[in-house]
Ligand binder design. Structure first.
Ligand code: ADP
Ligand code: MG
Length: 368
């Protein structure tokens, strides 16, 4: 996947910015606050119809304006052009266009422009709350497995409805006979989701261990999946997960009514990251956390490429401030020949041993 051009209008700091990255590794530099992260966020919008974190669309409106527009022109590895347009205005819903056709569901965009990010904010994946790790899994799987994405969206919808029923049951006891149906519907979607995640972890670990070994740190990473249905370490079939879930749901039904929410399922599960068998979140140093994250992202790039046949776009925010010199060099070596990457930094760096990096300064119209 190759980004040919992106145009930003009234998006965050940028009133009007056009960026044309080259093939391979790109370095975009500019001082703090010049809008580098904003630029990567715009590219991310074009790939996944949303920003880098959970910020609402309206936060991206340039102060005092009432619409933003993003136009991305991509070419995939089969040389097929993909045009993405994201339009948002204060008065109407966000609109997403793929090759000039408006998408009814934003999820239709996901997977068309495979994209991987690495940013300081994402350290949350390794040391933040469980939701961040679920997001990592969901994001990786949604970009490579359409069925998973559909199941996940349906799961969220049914979860919402089941929670509403539980809340109603708490207030007044009638309607309890309907709960069983909702539980079955929910578990029926939860099971393939959990099974897919376990399968992903197993396959992903293969890439991950190799990348880690190549970074030459003499440490062995591991990933475990923690579910209220039990701690699962190996791939388990959807049928098996379903049985376990249904059993557990029966046990906790009363508790769920009292708490007025669904207490079990993939929306509550967590991932445990291990380094030499020790919980990284609890015991990892800052340097280890960062290395773990970048290694995961590089492994993810390889995984996505294998799954989709497409080299994903790689967006790396503030890479040099996140990692020390030798690790940066190793990362750059990995990125070479792996498709297009856009790296941001506060300074242009001419000291890298990798010499085919396209360097450009971020010049933004609003700063003039
Ligand atoms: N919605 C917005 N409208 C105008 N400016 C914004 C908006 N959101 C962020 N900014 C500005 O963008 C700048 C940060 O841009 P950022 O991309 O994070 O810079 P950096 O180059 O350091 O990565 C800040 O100065 C901030 O005030
Ligand atoms: Mg930044």
């Amino acid at each position: 996947m190759r980004l040919q051009e992106i145009r930003l209008t009234n998006f965050r700091k940028h009133i009007g910015l056009v960026c044309n990255p080259a093939d391979g590794i790109n370095l975009v530099y500019g001082p703090n606050g010049s809008g580098k992260t904003n630029l990567l966020e715009a590219v991310h919008y074009c790939a996944l119809a949303k920003g880098l974190n959970t910020a609402p669309d309206r936060e991206c409106l340039h102060f005092g304006t009432d619409y933003f527009l993003l136009q991305g022109a991509f070419t995939d590895d089969r040389e097929i052009d993909i045009g993405v347009r994201i339009a948002y205005s204060r008065t109407s819903e966000k609109q997403v266009f793929l090759n000039n056709e408006e998408l009814k569901r934003f999820s239709e965009l996901i997977g068309r422009v495979p994209c991987i990010t690495f940013s300081p904010m994402e350290l949350q994946v390794v040391n933040g709350p469980p939701g961040e790790r679920r997001r990592f899994l969901d994001n990786a799987l949604s970009q490579t497995n359409r069925r998973y994405l559909e199941d996940l969206l349906n799961y969220r919808r049914i979860l919402h409805q089941r929670n509403a029923l539980l809340a109603a049951l708490y207030d007044n006891a009638s309607g309890r006979e309907h709960l069983g149906v909702w539980t079955e519907n929910l578990a029926g979607l939860a099971a393939p989701i959990v099974s897919c995640r376990l399968d992903f972890i197993e396959r992903f670990l293969g890439y991950f261990r190799t990348v880690y070994a190549e970074l030459g740190l003499g440490e062995e990473p591991g990933i475990g999946y923690r579910s209220l249905a039990g701690c699962l370490r190996e791939p388990v079939s959807a049928e098996c997960v379903l049985e376990t879930l249904l059993d557990r749901f029966r046990e906790i039904e009363q508790q769920e009514v009292l708490r007025r929410r669904t207490l079990l399922g993939p929306h509550r599960d967590d991932v445990v990251f291990l380094l030499n068998g020790i919980d990284l979140r609890k015991y990892g140093s800052q340097g280890q956390l960062r290395t773990f994250l970048i290694a995961m992202k590089i492994a993810l790039q390889q995984f996505v490429r294998r799954q989709t046949g497409e080299k994903p776009l790689f967006l790396l925010d503030d890479l040099f401030s996140e990692l020390d010199g030798t690790r940066v060099e190793r990362v750059l070596e990995h990125l070479q020949g792996e498709g297009q990457a856009i790296i941001t930094a506060t300074e242009s760096r001419g000291d890298s041993s990798i010499n085919d990096i396209s360097i450009q300064e971020l010049v933004n119209a609003s700063a003039k």
